[in-house]
Design a protein around this ligand. Structure first.
Ligand code: ATP
Length: 301
């Protein structure tokens, strides 16, 4: 488990990360969202112990990250940086070997073979890093971050630049690591990815704007509109609904019904529809996409 508490980082007079507090529990994936320059990379670098916070603390499994504890704690962390560097003149396997040595792995060839296999890199094991495509470099960097099976994974845009098949493979792998109890924090600009993969989403913009389950975030912004799908032409039942909600309208297959008190008024709508002979197929409150919630959060004054 990793805990950030009051984490703040200034660069000169600019505050890149402002009093951010959150945790990533065991067996949890948290997605870090935020516009360019929001402080995601800076947060990840502080959590990994690569830069010191101006204020605040990072605690890993109950031990505060300091200069004294850093060396030991970093061994529990797998970090994928924003633009990971490889040793271009070394082969893929040699790159992994260097890291295996840094992590102090006793029997490095086995985890290296597993990592190569996991990322379909075995055929490229002897290729020099300089020859790899961008996506392949990203895969080597990910393999490297996971090599020592760290309990804590900090990943800066892990799927950026990867093709859909590999992206899916990476997501599956992260789900496996989560099931094995890892605490995973990843930054992404892909809201769909955050929604699918993350248990909780943290929206950052200097400070932390929100931290919640994706579904809870979406529900926070109810639109106050009821969507009803009926058999046949919805327009046939518009008059019946408008007696309760004058602004009701038809949108494709749906009746879209703005209601002041959505919960309380829903049964009356259904009753009115049934009385007008409608066969009601579906009734649900309109819930915005995570994207809308996100855009609303980061654009609020
Ligand atoms: P992106 O989505 O574009 O990767 P980000 O959320 O990761 O952005 P950061 O890279 O953490 O954002 O940057 C946050 C702010 O801190 C930016 O204004 C950036 O210019 C500033 N910053 C980051 N690193 C440094 C540095 N070493 N020196 C000075 N300013 C920095």
């Amino acid at each position: 488990m990793i805990v950030a508490s009051g984490l703040t980082r200034q660069f000169g007079t600019r505050t890149a990360v402002d009093d951010v507090t959150f945790d990533v529990r065991r067996g949890e994936i948290v997605a870090l969202l935020g516009p360019n320059g929001a402080g995601k990379t800076t947060t990840l670098r502080m959590l990994a112990g690569l830069i010191a916070p101006t204020r605040g603390t990072v605690t890993i499994d109950g031990v505060q990250l300091t200069r004294a504890t850093g060396g030991k704690l970093r061994g529990r962390i797998g970090f994928l940086t924003e633009s990971p560097g490889l040793w271009d003149r070394l082969s893929v396997r040699q790159n992994l070997r260097v890291y295996a040595r840094i992590y102090g792995l006793a029997d490095p060839e086995r985890p290296i073979d597993t990592a190569l296999d996991t990322f379909d890199l075995t055929p490229h094991a002897d290729a020099r890093a300089a020859e790899l495509s961008r996506g392949m470099r990203q895969k080597v960097a990910l393999a490297r971050a996971l090599l020592h099976q760290p309990a804590i994974l900090l990943l800066d845009e892990p799927t950026s630049g990867l093709d859909p098949e590999i992206t899916r493979g990476v997501r599956r792998l992260l789900e496996e690591r989560r099931a094995a109890g890892a605490s995973i924090l990843l930054s992404t600009h892909n809201l769909d990815e955050a929604e699918r993969l993350a248990d909780r989403v943290a929206v950052l913009q200097g400070g932390l704007l929100a931290l919640d389950r994706p579904a809870a975030l979406r529900q926070r912004l109810t639109t106050g509109r009821l969507l009803v799908r009926v058999a046949g032409d919805p327009a046939a039942h518009l008059d019946a609904v408008r007696r309760i909600a004058a602004a009701a309208a038809v949108d494709g297959p749906h009746l879209v019904i703005p209601l002041e008190r959505l919960e309380q008024q829903t049964p009356a709508i259904v009753t009115a529809l049934v009385a007008s002979g409608a066969e009601v197929l579906e009734v649900r409150p309109e819930i915005p996409a995570l994207e809308e919630v996100y855009l609303r959060l980061v654009n609020e004054p």
